[in-house]
Design a protein around this ligand. Sequence first.
Ligand SMILES: Cc1cc2nc3c(=O)[nH]c(=O)nc-3n(C[C@H](O)[C@H](O)[C@H](O)COP(=O)(O)OP(=O)(O)OC[C@H]3O[C@@H](n4cnc5c(N)ncnc54)[C@H](O)[C@@H]3O)c2cc1C
Length: 412
Amino acid sequence: MKVTKRFVLGGMAALPVAASCTTTAAATARAPDTIVVGAGVFGAWTAEMLRRTGRKVELVDAWGPAHARASSGGESRLTRAGYGTSRRYSEMAADSLEEWKRLSRDQDLPLFHQAGVLAFFDGENEYATGSHETMQALNLRSERLEPADLRKRWPQIDWTSVAFGLHEPDFGALMARRSVGTLVEQFVRNGGTFRKAAILPPKGADTLTSIETITGETLTAGEFVFACGPWLGKLFPDVIGARLFVTKQEIFFFRPPAGDTRFAMPAMPGWIDFFGDTVMYGFPDLESRGFKVADDTHGPIVDPDTNDRLPDAESLARVRDYLGRRFPAMKDAPLSETRVCQYENSSNGDLLIDRHPQWANTILVGMGSGHGFKHGPGVGKAATRLLEAPRAAPEPLFALASKALKQDRAVH
Ligand SMILES: Cc1cc2nc3c(=O)[nH]c(=O)nc-3n(C[C@H](O)[C@H](O)[C@H](O)COP(=O)(O)OP(=O)(O)OC[C@H]3O[C@@H](n4cnc5c(N)ncnc54)[C@H](O)[C@@H]3O)c2cc1C
């Protein structure tokens, strides 16, 4: 069934909907040049970047943009440029931020909050020094702060065992579900189409010419992009299958003390605490949703369809214990909300943006690995470049060939 923009956003009543944006019958009559399957952050930006080349693009999703079980759903995502010595990710985060800001600029509700991001470390390490040097080389603001500076600027944090911090004042938080919904709204407003349909694992010999929906429809196009997040392995069991590691991740929101402004912007930035082998991260109390805390450690392997989405009591106890030590005034803060999502990890954390090994007209995009959201615009551009230059090799960092069968996480 073809749908209007109003239908696309039907489950997103909080977003403004302009009546003039209905997709017309004329606009949808011709078969699309390109079909993008998956309306998470990667598929939505890829569809938008392809639309900007003049292609007629159809975006398809089984449930809707950034729905509650998608990896792009939920409230907020950090955007930052600190990636150790990986210049490519730092550049991609910075370029992508410009697109996010452009998208955010004309909205009634913000998509990006420039809260700043503060990473702090229990000792010198290559990741921290590499991040600082790479950001400086790219003219991105990065401040190295010693414990005395940290205590002065953020006295609401207990700085015990912290050796130094890196502050990125120009980055911050993206409102996840709202951002993807808004992007799809604009994509449809500008001539793209959205279809709600579940796609079956595709079949083809030398090239892919059509795909089938679960209800028996055949969708035809000249090019295809599959951006199916944690479901990518189900569509491509042989090509992706065991190369994708889907892990359970839990998020906790706590209510700050009444009338206390120390845990909201501008007093509190987004933050990442690197200690030992653990990475805890969180957000200021954005839009009064609560002070968000999460453990970035990979949880158990789960199936995105059957994961019960219930947090474990032990995880809550661990996070609460951490919260009380690092943010003493939050020690007894009541829990206000929990969410259970999944990371769709590659073996080492690098993203996937490559051609299907048999079908040159088909691009596979995914493996956001817990850090992909911020890069949505950059992923869309890279996928578009592969379709624009059929003979060009994929970037080695993003190539399918670099995705191993055993997990060895290297990218955060
Ligand atoms: C808890 C959590 C915290 C995170 N924190 C950060 C962060 O701070 N910063 C950051 O940059 N990144 C972060 N990430 C990572 C980032 O959110 C994900 O990598 C990114 O959202 C993945 O997007 P995607 O489009 O690949 O997948 P998804 O959002 O899952 O989208 C895939 C879409 O494909 C659709 N689909 C699947 N199969 C089919 C089918 N057969 N037919 C039709 N449609 C189909 C699904 O319905 C879904 O909508 C975090 C992720 C999680 C879960």
